[in-house]
Ligand binder design. Sequence first.
Ligand code: HEM
Length: 618
Amino acid sequence: MGLLDTFYSTKGPLGVWTPVVVVLLNALGVALGLGVVQLFKFLLKPQYDLAKLPQPPVADWVLGHVKHLLRKDYHRVILGWAKQYGRIFKLRILNEWTVVITDPAAAAQVLATVPGRTHNYKHIDEVLGGPGKISMFGTPDEVHWRNARKATAPAFSMANVRRYYGGVLSAAGELLSRLEAEQGALGAVDAEPLLQRLMLRATLEGLYEVPDATALPGFDELASNILLLMAEANAQVTDPLRAFFYFTPIAPLVSKHVARCRAALKQVVMFHGRTAARILARPEPSPDNTLLWACLHRLRHPHTGRKLTPGQLHPEVGMYTAAGFDTTASTVGWCMYAASLWPEQQQAVAAELRAAGIFGPAAVVEVAANAEEAEGQSGPRRPPLRLDAQHCPGPEELAKLPRLNAFINEVMRMFPPTAVSAERLTPDEPVTIMGMTFPAKTVLWCITYGIHMSDANWEDAAKFKPERWLEDPRCAFAKSPGAGGAAAAPATAGGAEGPAAAIGGAAEEEPPNTAPRRFVPFGQGPKNCVGQNFGITVVRAVVALLLRRYHVDLHPDMDTSPEGDKLGGGGGGGDGNSSGSGQAGGCRHSAEDTARLTHVAVITKLKKLRLVLQRRDD
Ligand code: HEM
C-alpha cells in the first residue's frame, strides 16, 4: 500500500479519523504556506521612505497596532501618537502599512492627488446595503465614481439648496412640536433620535421630493436601523476578524447582534429599494431640473450607458440618505452639547440671533389642533407647531451671522462628525508626497480629528474658542511655514459671508487644490463632501432655531461613562483635551469629558444627548 493510501484510508494510524485529520493538517499546511508567502511579500516589498517614518510600539507582533484601534475612542489614541511621533507616522494593521497624516499640507496633497479610497469605504457600503451594493462613495472603480459624482453634484448648487430649504423648515416645525411634547411629559428630551428624524425627513422630502415621508412604511425604524449598520460597519473596519465572521452564514445563528443587523439590513434595503423605484417611476425630468432626484433619475450605468434599474440605483440612494442625515444630526447634537457646556457662548449666539430678528416669535406658529386627533385625548394637548417661511431667515442670511458661524465652526473643529475620515490607497506604483515616497498599495490616512485637534496646527487646540474665527475668519487656512509654506487664499472674502463660508462649495470638478487647509470637516480634494452646501445650511438653520427659542442645558442624568475606557488597553494615551472652560450651569459635565464622550461610528457620536430646554422670553 502506498503512503497516500495509508493516510487517506480508514486503516491509517488513527482509524476512522485518519482522513479527517489528514484533511485538517493539509488545510493548516496550506494556510501556513500562504501566511509565509504573505510574510515574505511584506518583508521584501520596497519600503522607500516608509522605513524612515516613526511608529508607536506594536501591541502584538502579528496584529501590529490593531489592538489600539479596537478602542472606541481610537481617534484620541491617534491624536496622542501624533503628539509623540510627529505629524506623519506609520502604523501596521496585520501586514498592511498605514501612514497617519495630521499635517495639513501633506493631507491636502494626498487628497488632491491620490484618488483611490481604501477598501474600508466599499466595506461600509456593503454592510449598509448588502453584498455587491457599492455606491460612488465605496467604489474602487474611478469611472463609476466620476460618472455618479458628475451627474449628482449639480444637485447641491445654492439655487437647489434654497429649494430644499422649505422641506427643512417643515421638518423643523415637527421637531419643535416633538421637543415641546417630550419636554412637557418628561422634563427633558432625548435629542438625538428627534434630530435624526428631522434630518431624515428633510433629506427624503427635500432631496428626493418624497411627499409626507414620515407616513412611509418603515420610516420610524429607518434611522435607527441605518445607525446600527453604520456602527457595525465601523467596528468591522478596525477588526478584520469581525468582518470575516459577519458575512458567514452561521453568524446570525450564533450572534443575536448579527441577527439584528441582518433584520435591519432587510428593512433598510427594502426602504431604499422603494425610494429608488419611486424616483425611476417618475416621468423624465426637464433638463433644467437638477434636484437630487432628477439627477439620480438621469444617472446612467457607467460602463453600458444604460438606464439604471431600481436595484442598480439603490446603492446611490442609500448612500445619499445615510451620508446626509446623520452627519447633520450629529453636528446639531454636538452644537447643543457645546452650547450647554459653554453657556456664555450660547448666550452670545442667542443675543446675535435676537438682535438680527432671526427666527423671531412670528416665525413659529401654532397649528389649530385637528379635531379628530384631539378627540379621546385626555389632558391638555399641545397644538403642533409649524414654521412660517415668510418670517424665517433664508440660507444667505444665516451665512452672514458671525457668532453663529464661529460657534458652528468651532464645534465642527472639535467634534467633527466624520472624525476618522479620510483614507486613500496609493495606486499600483509608488507615490511621492511632500518629497517622501510611499510604496504601492499603502494606506494614507488623513485623519480629520488629528488635523483639527493637533497643537501643531492650532493654537490652544483643545480649547473651545469660537472667538478664533471672529479674530481671523481665514483661520481655516494654515499660515505657519511649519504647516506647509505659503498661506492659501481664502475661498471667500471671509467676513461678509461669515467664517463657515470658508468651507467652500459643492465641488463638481474641483481642480486639484493642494492648499494646506487645517479645517476640513467636509474633506477636501475631488472627493470632498458633495452635499456640504446643503449640510451646512441645514445645520445653521436648526442650530439657530433651537438656540433662539430655548436655553439649552444638559440633563444631570445624561450618561457620560466613557465607552472607550471600558475596553481598556492603551496607545499613546489621551489627547490632553482639558480646556477647563467651565461647567454647564449646575451639571456635572466638564470640558474634560467632551473628548471622552465621543465614540466613533463612521462618524463621531454622542452616546446619548439628554437636554433640558427652557423657553426663552422674548
Ligand atoms: C455636517 C454635515 C456633513 C459632513 C460633516 C460631511 C462630511 C463629509 C466628508 C468629510 C466627506 C469626504 C470623505 C472622504 O474624503 O473620503 C464626505 C463625502 C460625501 N458626503 Fe458629506 N458630509 C455632510 C453632509 C452631507 C450631506 C447633507 C450629503 C448629501 C445629502 C452628503 C453627501 C456626501 C457624499 C455623497 C460624499 C461622497 C462624495 C464623493 O465620493 O465624491 N454629505 N462628507
